[in-house]
Design a protein around this ligand. Structure first.
Ligand SMILES: [Fe+2]
Ligand SMILES: [Fe+2]
Length: 209
């Protein structure tokens, strides 16, 4: 499995942490960008604050591990930089197109709907992926752990569901469509990660003879 290879390789693992930090930060910025200037509720503020914390937490791990070259989000310090950077923007674009058509929304209302559905899809993914990552970290005896992130992501998924229920009684039907979009983009991202990671692992194994 790709993630196992990443965790086992210190340089790749550091780039992975930086990539996750980038993605958490992109998510946090997206949530903040969707806030209504007046109507924003505490649940959205909490969510933005926690995603920002995740981005900081992961970046700070890199500092604590004494790893250099990860001070910023330059492409060379990330895994599959182009795809990692495009993932959220592409999902947002696809979701907005769909939601605009389905609900005839515009401006602030469309932004809010996109926040609900895009974030929901990301939380579903995070709830699947982060525990797998934690298991690999524990198995490898890593100094990194993401248990506090897992706990908050579980809360986020519940919060997104309750906000979606309040938004539309048929939310599940639409959420399924957004999840399909996310699945497609996730597969593209994994393919890009493999293209980045496998040659590095292979070279490393060769050098070990
Ligand atoms: Fe997060
Ligand atoms: Fe989250």
């Amino acid at each position: 499995m790709i993630l196992q290879k990443i965790v086992a390789h210190p340089e790749l693992h550091a780039a992975w942490l930086n990539t996750l930090s980038f993605m958490e930060n992109a998510g946090a910025r997206k949530i903040s960008a969707c806030e209504h200037p007046i109507k924003t509720q505490i649940i959205q503020l909490k969510h933005a604050a926690e995603e920002h914390r995740h981005a900081y937490y992961l970046k700070n791990k890199l500092v604590k591990l004494g790893l250099e070259g990860f001070e910023d989000y330059a492409d060379a310090s990330l895994l599959a930089a182009r795809f990692s950077k495009q993932y959220l923007a592409r999902l947002d674009l696809m979701a907005c197109r769909y939601l605009k058509e389905q609900f005839s929304l515009a401006d602030e209302a469309l932004k809010y709907a996109a926040y609900l559905f895009v974030t929901y899809a990301i939380e579903v993914r995070a709830d699947e992926l982060t525990p797998i990552y934690q298991e690999l970290l524990s198995a490898a005896g890593s100094k990194v752990n993401v248990k506090s992130i897992i706990l908050e992501e579980e809360g986020h998924l519940e919060e997104m569901i309750s906000q979606l229920q309040a938004f539309d009684s048929e939310w599940e039907k639409h959420a399924q469509e957004i999840l399909k979009m996310e699945n497609t983009l996730f597969d593209i991202w994994i393919t890009a990660l493999k293209k980045h990671v496998f040659p590095v692992v292979h070279e490393h194994e060769e050098s070990l003879g």
